[in-house]
Design a protein around this ligand. Structure first.
Ligand SMILES: O=C(O)/C=C/C(=O)CC(=O)C(=O)O
Ligand SMILES: [Mg+2]
Length: 228
């Protein structure tokens, strides 16, 4: 099992980013989507990570970039086909994460039955906070997560409202592929997702645990000499 110190910079390990979708009923409702009977999940590349001090870059093909604030679970020990009652032994800690989403692109992908990679997997689509060792969070299903844009509250959710619990998700995913040390699971967004524009400031937190701040920048068209 990797220890907290080794995993304190989990974003540098280059491991899987596994995202769970529609895990909060009110978010599924605001998207006009049905509740999932089983977890819905997708992957981001590890180059999607971005840390405070660097911007979230809106891709050139996106006109409607959305924030989704989510609790992230950092895997500390390889998990392969683990039962639910052993799943938490594989957790090293947590992080606050954003699942930045090119919503207009996602709508097109949904309509055409295409994967969500363009909408969810672009560079800087996964801003993350500092690592929080699991000892600091006695119950990850009793956390309040929130997000403000330019000082205005947009999202506030309680992790007790997740449809599928963290042990269920770890067990479920680990029966499909092996979870490795340093992998991150984004557990889904509560309601209140919305658009951000270039120069907006996003601030988010897990109440009493951690906060983070990012600014949004506009990505350059391919071939353009300027821009991010
Ligand atoms: O149902 C939809 O149209 C969109 C759902 C998502 O983007 C899923 C998530 O990423 C989430 O629920 O966090
Ligand atoms: Mg999400």
């Amino acid at each position: 099992m990797a220890n907290s110190k080794q995993l304190s910079r989990f974003w540098e390990w280059g491991r899987n980013i596994v995202c769970v979708g529609r895990n909060y009923a009110e978010h599924a409702k605001e998207m006009g989507s049905a509740l999932p009977a089983e977890p819905l999940f997708f992957l981001k590349p590890s180059s999607a990570y971005v840390r405070e001090g660097s911007p979230i870059v809106r891709p050139y093909y996106c006109r409607n970039l959305h924030h989704e604030v989510e609790l992230g679970v950092v895997i500390g020990r390889r998990a392969r086909a683990v039962p639910q009652d052993a799943a938490m032994q594989h957790v090293a800690g947590y992080a606050l994460c954003l699942d930045m989403t090119a919503r207009d692109t996602q709508e097109r992908c949904k309509k055409n039955g295409l994967p969500w990679t363009l909408a969810k997997g672009f560079g800087s689509s996964c801003p993350v906070s500092d690592f929080v060792p699991k000892e600091k969070i006695p119950d990850p299903h009793k956390l309040q997560i929130w997000l403000k844009v330019n000082g205005k509250l947009r999202q506030e959710g309680d992790t007790s409202s997740m449809i599928f619990s963290i042990p269920y998700l770890i067990s479920y995913i680990s029966h499909i592929f092996t979870l490795e040390e340093g992998d991150l699971i984004l557990t889904g967004s509560p309601k209140g997702v919305g658009a951000v524009e270039a120069n907006d400031e996003i601030e988010a937190g897990i109440r009493d645990v951690v906060t983070m701040k990012f600014t949004v920048a506009q990505g350059a068209e391919p071939g353009s000499p300027k821009g991010v």
